[in-house]
Design a binder for this molecule. Structure first.
Ligand code: DX5
Ligand code: ZN
Length: 222
């Protein structure tokens, strides 16, 4: 079970301090939401910010590229310290080459899917990825409400993972609280991105520990 606080919910005026706080809270990795203002109607932060985070932390950096042309950002984010690079299946025909480019850079390969997109769209790529990111909000902003209609997609992905004997992680992102994390864990998710619900706590470590305990106890029956 991986708890991945999202930097999107951090105080951008103290982002390196916040990243350090996330690490000291014993989170497993830091989720970095990168937005280009075109794929989503928002702009967040770029490689320079991720670099500053990388300089003060040792835990993995999980970079979620909500970008129309992620290929131009792969090398800058790898240089900045990214460990996982995730692109969206909504990018269509170029997805396969994008995944191979990430693999070629020696980084973990992530594929993300938005709420309206059919889960069938990711099936051709399951053997090529390390992480399937199932968005549980429409991408672009933190603090949104969890979309429960996305839960069957988690179940379907977990079924395919088992049937095909694969071991990609299933990550959920958006509106993840203790309650929705439990629901997603029960459905088969094992990576939990949470921004608002975690970073609003002054004492982050107990909040991370509590979410980890809740998801552990919500695992689906084997
Ligand atoms: C949406 C972002 C958010 C963020 C977490 O594009 O990807 O989902 O990571 O947001 P909250 O605040 O809902 O945990
Ligand atoms: Zn994200």
């Amino acid at each position: 079970m991986i708890i991945a606080p999202s930097l999107l919910a951090a105080d951008f005026g103290r982002i390196a301090i916040e990243a350090n706080r996330i690490e000291r809270a014993q989170a497993d990795c830091i989720h970095c939401d990168i937005m280009d203002g075109t794929f989503v109607p928002n702009i967040s932060f770029g490689p320079a910010v991720v670099q500053s985070v990388n300089e003060v932390t040792k835990i993995p950096l999980d970079v979620h590229l909500m970008c129309c042309h992620p290929e131009i950002l792969f090398t800058p984010f790898v240089k900045a310290g990214a460990d996982i690079l995730t692109v969206h299946v909504e990018l269509g025909a170029k997805v396969e080459s994008l995944l191979w480019k990430i693999r070629g850079l020696g980084k973990k390969v992530g594929l993300a899917i938005n709420p309206p997109t059919s889960i069938d769209s990711v099936k051709p790529f399951l053997k090529s990825i390390d992480l399937l990111l199932i968005m549980t909000v429409n991408p672009g902003f933190g603090g949104q409400s969890f979309i429960h209609e996305c839960v069957p997609k988690i179940q379907q992905a977990a079924t395919w993972r088992k049937k095909l004997g694969l071991n990609f992680h299933i990550e959920v992102d958006g509106g993840i609280t203790d309650e929705t994390a439990a629901e997603c864990a029960h459905a088969g998710a094992d990576v939990f991105v949470s921004g608002t619900a975690l970073l609003r706590h002054r004492q982050l470590k107990p909040a991370v520990t509590r979410m980890r305990r809740i998801v552990q106890s919500s695992l689906p029956c084997p």
